[in-house]
Design a protein around this ligand. Sequence first.
Ligand SMILES: [Zn+2]
Length: 250
Amino acid sequence: MIPSEHWYRARADLEFVAGKWGELKNRLRKTGGDPNAPRVGGSKEPALEVDLYVSDLMHEITQHAVFLGRVLIEETDWRQEHGEMPGLLMDVASQYGHFVTDEDEKVAWDFVDQAAEFRRKVEGVLAPRAPRRYVGPCFHEDCQAELYITDGIEGGVCAQCMTPWTLESQMRSTNADLRTLLMEKGEITIALKILGYEVRTNLVHEWATPKGKREARLKEQEPGLYRLFDAVKLIQNKGKRGARPKALVT
Ligand SMILES: [Zn+2]
C-alpha cells in the first residue's frame, strides 16, 4: 500500500480543484490584454475569446471525475449525489480511500498523480499574470504580427515568423521608421509610450482636434492617419517641462 500521506494530499488536491471551479470558469474568457489600452488598428485579435487551454483542462477534469464516479458505482455501493461539477469532483474526492488503498499500487499512484497534476495545472492557470504591454509590430520582412511584453519579459520570439526580438530592437525599429510612419491616433499614443514619453490618454486626440479657429496641431495626412514624427515633435516641445524620451529621435 502506498504511504498514507499521499492519500490525504490527493484528496486535498481534488478538493482544491473543485474549489477553484468558479475561478476557472471566469478564466475561460480571456481578454485581449490591457482593457484600458487603445485598440490597435488592423489588429485581428477579437476583444474576447475563449481560452482553449482552460476549456480543455476543465473538460479533462470533468471527464476524470465522471470516470472515478463510474468506478465507484461499479465497485462500491456509493451513490452519486452530484451529477455536475464541481460537486461531482467533491463527491469522488471524499471517496479517496477506495482508490488509494487499492491492492494494485498502480491504481493508487494514478489517483494521487492525476490529482496532483490537475492541481498544478489549475494553479498555473490561476496564477496572477502581469498585464501585457504592446511594443509595436514585428519588423521582420512582411510579418504583421503584433508583439507584447508579457510577465515583464522584454523580448522573445515572434509567434508568427519565429524571429527573435528584444525591447531594444523594437524601439530601434520604431525609431527608424518614425519620419514617414503614418498611424491612427491610438497607435500614436502607444508608439509615444514605447519611445518612453508619458502620454495622457486623450492627448493625441486633443492634438488632432481643431480648437475654435485654430487648426489642429497634429495634421491629418490621410483619412484617419497622422504622422508619428509630428506627434514626437509636439510632445518634445511640450516636454520642455519634463518629458524625457528613452530613445532620442534624430
Ligand atoms: Zn514576426
